[in-house]
Ligand binder design. Structure first.
Ligand SMILES: [Cu+2]
Length: 83
């Protein structure tokens, strides 16, 4: 019971910190790592695949230095994650 509450609090905090961050904070290796971790915890296989696909495209755009493209795919990945 207490563990479930802790996990729920952790997830809510993670989602809020993502929602409040700007593009300069999201298109970073640190955030990509966080996204990988969050997607790994997803239980809906179809949504998980969708989020993974968009995250990979987001990473590719980040490597090219295209922040706008990175954010577009990041937002799609977030949507697939239910954020
Ligand atoms: Cu993200």
């Amino acid at each position: 019971m207490f563990t479930r509450l802790l996990v729920a609090t952790f997830i809510t905090t993670a989602i809020c910190s993502v929602a409040l961050a700007g593009a300069q904070d999201l298109c970073t290796d640190a955030h990509m790592k966080k996204m990988d971790e969050m997607i790994a915890k997803m239980t809906d296989a179809a949504k998980k695949k969708e989020a993974t696909t968009h995250l990979e495209m987001s990473k590719a755009e980040m490597k090219k230095g295209n922040t706008a493209g990175c954010m577009t795919h990041m937002n799609e990945a977030h949507k697939a994650m239910g954020m």
